[in-house]
Design a binder for this molecule. Structure first.
Ligand code: GDP
Ligand code: IMO
Ligand code: MG
Length: 429
């Protein structure tokens, strides 16, 4: 057995897709364990760019099994169109490349209506969700009103379950959100058709995964979002609706904690955030603009401009602790070329007192002021560097400063979006 969990260590979009795609060359199975199509993971191979939202980032390798595990909320129409788009581009030619857990939750049309309706009513207090129905689908899971992927294959029980919940949903849709009611029978027919199309992929994935584990396979767990968006440990309420932290690789896929060996956090060399919520090191002026343009910081899911700021080691150390990180994969170092000096937050001040943690109260977090250390930047382009020694001294110092401040080795440095633009310093399995 050899397992590695990859998680986002900031507010998402750290480059997890690129890292998972790269490391899949050494894996046997890739498992997404939480979230849904709120994720947008970018893969860049041979000049081609592919963005996956629901399908794991190992899908470009024809002989690897990819698993959408029980911890996800699955929008079947998105899954079907993502599969078709990949197929049209010459990828994902075999159905056996993807298994979908029969226990995963299904995103229903009312979840998307409720997600949008709530955000509209919240006005300025909105979360800035992706509008994909993620929160309402996880709510239904917890309140035991959810439809599961396996139900799509059982017409009678699917109809029963949909009719049972739709009175309440239509009440909300019509009375609270002032939108037209949905017809339950139309929903049943639509989702039965999704069930037929997805049937070749639906399985009890826990049994499959456990046999990989017992057989000594290399298992790569792919996280979505980032630790600061975790429902418990993130900047609540400006978070997503699932546990993002590495611990959820177990519950979200059906393996015990003894199975997890390593956990690498993906860290962007600076910080970005999409959606609302406090962001202490945010740069709102021209430097923020420069990072956005150089880093191409526009959402892979919604196209929204990402808010940009300096690297924050309080955020980083929060992630180190919450995930038990054993390695850091540092991405987008190339984007910092030409910016000097660089600032890095080494602590906060809250109401005049120094602190080195993320306060649980969002209002307190909104008031913290970063304490910065200035470090020298570099002018050399990094995109052709292929070994640590190829990096200019100040870039090496930046990497070593991160190791020093976090106590975690930087196992991989990424210097561009393509697979080959990577400096692997430690073996993943
Ligand atoms: P994810 O959600 O964590 O998978 O990240 P996204 O795909 O949403 O956003 C990361 C963006 O940065 C994508 O456009 C990637 O192609 C790109 N990217 C990843 N690593 C690097 C890197 O080292 N340098 C540069 N310039 N771009 C990168
Ligand atoms: P990847 O996997 C960045 C953010 C949304 C919003 C909040 C809640 O690509 O890193 P949701 O639709 O989940 O209810 O929205 O979470 N968010 C992300 N931000 N990257 C993501 O995924 C995100 N998934 C959700 O912008 O602020
Ligand atoms: Mg993304």
């Amino acid at each position: 057995m050899s397992t590695l969990v990859i998680v986002g260590a900031q507010w998402g979009d750290e480059g997890k897709g690129k890292i998972v795609d790269l490391l899949t060359s050494r894996a046997d199975v890739v498992v997404r364990f939480q979230g849904g199509n709120n994720a947008g993971h970018t893969l860049k191979v041979g000049g081609e760019q592919i963005i996956v939202h629901l399908i794991p980032s190992g899908i470009l390798y024809p002989n690897i099994t990819n698993i959408i595990a029980n911890g996800l909320v699955v929008d079947p129409s998105v899954l079907i169109s993502e599969k078709a788009a990949l197929r049209e581009r010459g990828h994902f030619q075999k159905d056996s490349q993807l298994l979908v857990s029969d226990r995963a939750q299904v995103i229903m049309p009312y979840h998307k209506i409720i997600d949008h309706g709530r955000e509209d009513l919240l006005g300025k207090a909105k979360i800035g969700t992706t509008g994909r129905g993620i929160g309402p689908a996880y709510e239904d899971k917890a309140s035991r009103m959810g439809i599961r992927v396996g139900d799509l294959l059982r017409p009678a029980s699917l109809r029963d379950r949909i009719y049972n919940v739709m009175d309440e949903k239509n009440f909300l849709i019509e009375r609270r959100f002032k939108r037209p009611k949905l017809n339950p029978e139309e929903v049943v027919q639509e989702y039965l058709s999704y069930g037929e199309q997805l049937a070749p992929h639906i399985a009890d994935t826990t049994i499959v995964l456990q046999s990989f584990v017992r057989g000594g396979s290399h298992v790569l767990f792919e996280g979505a979002q980032g630790t600061l968006l975790d429902i418990d440990h993130g900047t609540y309420p400006f978070v997503t609706s699932s546990n993002v932290v590495a611990g959820n690789a177990c519950a979200g896929s059906g393996v015990g904690p003894n199975v997890i060996e390593k956990c690498w956090g993906v860290v962007k060399a600076y910080t970005t955030r999409v959606g609302e919520g406090a962001f202490p090191t945010e740069l709102t002026g021209s430097l923020g603009e420069e990072l956005r343009e150089k880093g191409g910081e526009y959402g892979a899911t919604t196209g929204r401009p990402r808010r940009c700021g300096w690297l924050d080691t309080v955020v980083l150390n929060h992630s180190v602790r919450l995930n038990g990180l054993t390695g850091i994969t540092l991405t987008k170092m190339d984007v910092l070329t030409g910016i000097s000096p660089l600032s890095v937050a080494i602590g906060y001040e809250l109401d005049g007192k120094p602190i080195d943690y993320i306060p649980s109260d969002i209002n307190e977090f909104g008031r913290v002021k970063p304490r910065y250390r200035e470090v020298k930047g570099w002018d050399e382009p990094l995109s052709d560097c292929r070994s640590f020694d190829d990096l200019p001294k100040n870039a090496r110092d930046y990497v070593e400063m991160i190791e020093h401040m976090s106590g975690v080795p930087v196992t991989l440095v990424s210097v561009g979006p393509a697979r080959e633009q990577s400096i692997l310093r430690k073996t993943p399995f």
